[in-house]
Design a protein around this ligand. Structure first.
Ligand SMILES: NC(=O)c1ccc[n+]([C@@H]2O[C@H](COP(=O)([O-])OP(=O)(O)OC[C@H]3O[C@@H](n4cnc5c(N)ncnc54)[C@H](O)[C@@H]3O)[C@@H](O)[C@H]2O)c1
Length: 587
């Protein structure tokens, strides 16, 4: 039964329903939405009007086009009002019983050939389909928030969906200017099955007091280039929707990692639903506002003893990058390496990076020369004696690093701070190699250090408050953004990022999605700068494998154990870009 879609119905005009109304009306369709009461109908129209006015104010829409768009949207308080629609979306709250009731009632009044589409994020589409007498005409049509902006639509077919219906839905999605990615019917589809365990882990991390909400959010925006941190994103999605989605994922997968964090339930019960209620992880100016009113101020510059000369141990990529950052901030730097050749290479890398900055007009030549002149090199630990702070950036091996800390402890003045850039070892193990554990901490820079703003400041059980304060202030004085966390595997970013990458590998391994589709879903649905497979190939599959193993060793959760496919690819030498082949093949 083919159908030409002219009039679109939308049940529920909340966060998503209002966006769907706007998108469809913008594409020229007549739209009728349904909310159960006159007040809710008025609120729905208001929500759409405000969004359209914002688009006009940002010059994204002409005022006349906005008027025409609004005229195409009408409303009703009963499902009878949707009887003439060719395609009806439901966007009521994420509760299976409610959605089934809505579709069953709609089935009684809708045209026989009408297509029903659910915007569910996580519930089985088949359960809703069989609540109607037209299971073959029911699809999942999963928009992303904000529907007006996000390009992705996950188009979900059940075992009962007719081919022609999928085809009509696909064409309709393209007509809206969206990119439909086909999915089979299982909880979470692609994007949410990867996104929500990550969001839920971030809530647990916050709940455990591991880091502040600001630091967790800053770590993921600055460390991974995500447009929003996980807690701010949950506030946007709605904590109630987030809770229900985690619940549905747990029901399907029985994985305790998906079970909603207890704090999420507390917030939802208290009515802290995120932006829509004016309070979630953050407080907002008023309901539906995006303006946060209780943001914590950034860390102050420390007023303790100033940091003068800085030592750097190591001659690799990170050491060269950190030397550049530190010298650029005006410090004298003493870079210690094991051989003349490696020192020369490191200084050469810093010089090259500075030349690039000059070529791009970001630095003048004299400045670049002065920066380079501030970096002296040595083969001896004793030349670091007068440094106020030493950053260790040698190979990621506990034995190698511990030996360096022992040498440093003996060579450097007693009140100097010793920092490690490790991304996976325990900082306390290194502190234990010294006689000054209170002055040892982690400073986890990201690669490339001159560009990446984020630095994780990692304190151990032994680090003194003063040293942590001083180090955070110093990082800020370098023009970087410090986030504070405690000494456990993965810190903030790797703990949240790598299990997500592992989940993506498992999804592909199970045959649920191709790397291209999964990457498209995460880029278009979550506005990530890269999909998980693109990122895996850049990070290196061997590095990923090692980080997952260190997470698994610490937390012993199945989710962190590297996916068998990842392990096999590493064994085969498919390491990503650096070996010319990973999940993609490179020229
Ligand atoms: N929020 C997101 O980021 C997001 C993204 C994609 C999909 N979804 C899914 O979209 C659906 C809606 O989520 P939301 O965030 O828009 O929720 P919401 O709470 O903002 O909106 C739900 C709307 O449904 C209305 N409603 C409730 N019962 C109704 C009924 N019986 N008939 C008609 N209207 C009714 C409510 O008044 C409300 O306006 C959920 O299934 C959710 O999982 C949400």
């Amino acid at each position: 039964m083919s159908i030409e879609i002219r009039t679109v119905g939308v049940i529920g005009c909340g966060t998503m329903g209002s966006g769907i109304c706007e998108v469809c009306a913008r594409a020229g369709f007549d739209v009728v939405f349904m909310e159960p009461t006159d007040e809710l109908v008025a609120a729905g129209h208001d929500r759409i009007r405000r969004s359209v006015e914002r688009a006009v104010a940002r010059a994204k829409m002409e005022p006349e086009a906005a008027e025409e768009l609004l005229e195409r949207i009408s409303s009703t308080t009963t499902l009878d009002g949707l009887a003439g629609c060719d395609l009806v979306f439901e966007a009521v709250p994420e509760q299976l019983g409610l959605k089934k009731d809505v579709f069953a009632a709609l089935d009684e009044v809708a045209k026989e050939e009408a297509i029903f589409a659910t915007n569910t994020s996580s519930l089985p589409v088949i359960d809703m389909a069989v609540a109607t007498k037209r299971p073959s005409r029911v699809v999942g049509f999963h928009f992303f928030n904000p529907a007006q902006v996000m390009k992705l639509v996950e188009l979900v077919h059940t075992v009962a969906t007719e081919e022609q219906v999928i085809e009509s839905a696909r064409r309709f999605a393209e007509g809206l200017g969206k990119v439909p990615v086909p999915c089979r019917d299982r909880a979470g589809f692609i994007a949410n099955l990867l996104l929500f365990p990550y969001l839920n882990s971030a809530v647990r991390m916050f709940e455990a007091g591991y880091a502040t909400r600001e630091d967790i959010d800053a770590a993921m925006t600055l460390g991974c280039g995500h447009p929003m941190g996980p807690l701010a994103l949950l506030d946007l999605i709605g904590l109630d929707s987030g809770y229900e989605i985690c619940e549905a994922l747990y029901r399907q997968w029985r994985d305790s990692q998906a079970a909603p964090a207890p704090l999420l339930k507390q917030y939802v019960t208290a009515g802290y639903l995120g932006r829509k209620s004016g309070r979630g992880f953050y407080r907002y100016e008023k309901p539906e506002s995006s303006k946060i009113v209780d943001a914590a101020a950034g860390a102050e510059l420390h007023d303790g003893a100033p940091v003068g000369t800085v030592g750097i141990v190591g001659t690799g990529l990170m050491a060269a990058g950190i030397a550049e950052v530190v010298a650029k901030a005006g410090h004298d730097v003493v870079l210690r390496g094991r051989s003349e050749a490696s020192i020369k290479k490191a200084k050469g890398a810093t010089a090259k990076s500075l030349v690039r900055a000059v070529d791009k007009g970001k630095l003048d030549r004299a400045e670049a020369e002065a920066i380079l002149d501030r970096i002296t090199t040595t083969l001896e630990f004793s030349d670091l004696a007068e440094c106020d702070l030493v950053v260790e950036a040698v190979a990621e091996s506990l034995d190698v690093k511990a030996a360096v800390f022992q040498e440093l402890d003996a060579a450097v003045k007693p009140d100097a701070v010793l920092a490690t850039t490790t991304s996976s070892l325990s900082v306390i193990d290194l502190a234990g190699a010294t006689t000054r554990p209170d002055k040892v901490l982690g400073l986890h820079f990201f690669n490339p250090a001159p560009i990446m703003k984020l630095v994780e400041v990692v304190r151990t059980v032994a680090t003194s408050d003063e040293v942590e304060e001083r180090a955070s202030g110093w990082i800020r004085s370098l023009g970087k953004h410090p986030v504070r966390c405690r000494d456990r595997a993965g810190f903030i970013v790797n703990f949240l990022l790598f299990p997500y990458l592992n989940d993506a590998v498992r999804m592909h391994e199970e045959g649920y999605g191709k790397p291209e589709d999964i990457d498209a879903a995460m880029k278009l649905g979550c506005a990530h700068p890269m999909g998980p497979f693109e990122l895996l190939d850049i990070v290196g599959l061997d590095v990923t494998y090692a980080i997952l193993n260190s997470l698994h060793e610490e937390f012993r959760e199945r989710r962190y154990a590297p996916a068998p496919l990842l392990e096999h690819m590493v064994r085969a030498g498919y390491l990503g870009r650096k070996s010319g082949r990973g999940f993609y093949t490179y020229a």
